[in-house]
Every structure is written in structure tokens, then in C-alpha cells.
Design a binder for this molecule. Sequence first.
Ligand code: CO
Length: 209
Amino acid sequence: MIEELLAHNKEWAAQRVLEDPNYFKRLKDLQSPRYLWIGCSDSRVPANVITGLQPGEVFVHRNVANVLHPGDLNGLSVLQYAVEVLRVEHIIVCGHYGCGGVVAAADGLRHGLIDHWLRPIMDLHERFEPDLAKLPDARARLDRLCELNVEQTVMRVTQTPVVEDAWLAGRMLAVHGWVYGLEDGIIRSLGPSITGTTGAAEQREKLGG
Ligand code: CO
């Protein structure tokens, strides 16, 4: 019931103050997260919960299948605010295996408007078809496509003027590609983090994008 959510909220707020009388005062006065999380909207992948981060510790942007379109005003505004104002040091792109958006991008069916949103994943699917075809089964191919999608979003993040300018200014800013497993709750890192334009160029070469 919807009323239960409000009741739970009251209990939660009371508990916080009980543990630390200054809890909300501190949060109200200061937002200084070190992390920007770009993840999937999937209800099973809540950024704070699976990383053990408290309110105030991670700035979060989520959409279907953790995509970043070149003209995505919402995602790019979040990125700019996080990097230039909050001055986060880490950008985490976290996808997940079993992602419904990735499945929809690969199943060849029509789903309406969402197909436009998922276009970057469909393009990846086509581009990597020869590699994916070598994998043993459909599950392995979808898992790999989930990973490729994270790598592509990492690449898109590193190609933005916001991130390029931060690196040109000599700032410490690392971009990480992660995939979360719904079955075991474990996050896997997809290779080295990208901390500058050289790493970004290598990522671009790898994905051919
Ligand atoms: Co998903």
C-alpha cells in the first residue's frame, strides 16, 4: 500500500536522527559525493544499496539500459553538474546481466518508442555479430552484449567535452565500466579504468565507434 511508504519514511527519518542527531543537518548543508553512477533504471539494481553508499555519497543517473546518447540533454546535464560543480573523481557506468533493454535491442522485434532509445545497442549488436556468433548460446551472447553496452557508454562518457576538459585541466577523473549480476549480487569490473585521453582512444579503437 502506498501509505506504507510514507509510514516507512517517517520511521527511517526518526531512526537516522536517533543514531545521529546531526544527520539531516549535515546532509542539507553539503552535497559532496565522490562518485557519479550511470546505471540502468531496473528496480533490482539500486546504486546505493548494492555499493553500501549512504545518502550524499553518490550522484545517480539511471535510464533504460544505461545508455548515453550524444544529444541526451538529461544525461549530459547530469554529467556536467557532477564533473564541474560536484567535482566527482569517479564515474561508474554500471550495467547488469539480464538487462531487459539489451534483450529488447537484440530480439529483432518492434517495441515502439523504446526502440529509438535502444538504437545504440542495436548498432552494437550488428557491429559485433561475428564475435557474438562464436559464443556457445543465446545467454552468453546477451551477457556479452550487456558488457559491450557498458563499454560503449564508457566510451561515450569519455568522448564528451565535459570529461575531455577535466582531463585537459589535469584533473583526476576515472571512468569505470562495471556489470552487476542479478543472480549473485556481485559487480564485475570490465577491465582497466580510463583516466585520460590515451585510455579513451584505446577504448574507441576497441569498440570501433
Ligand atoms: Co536493465
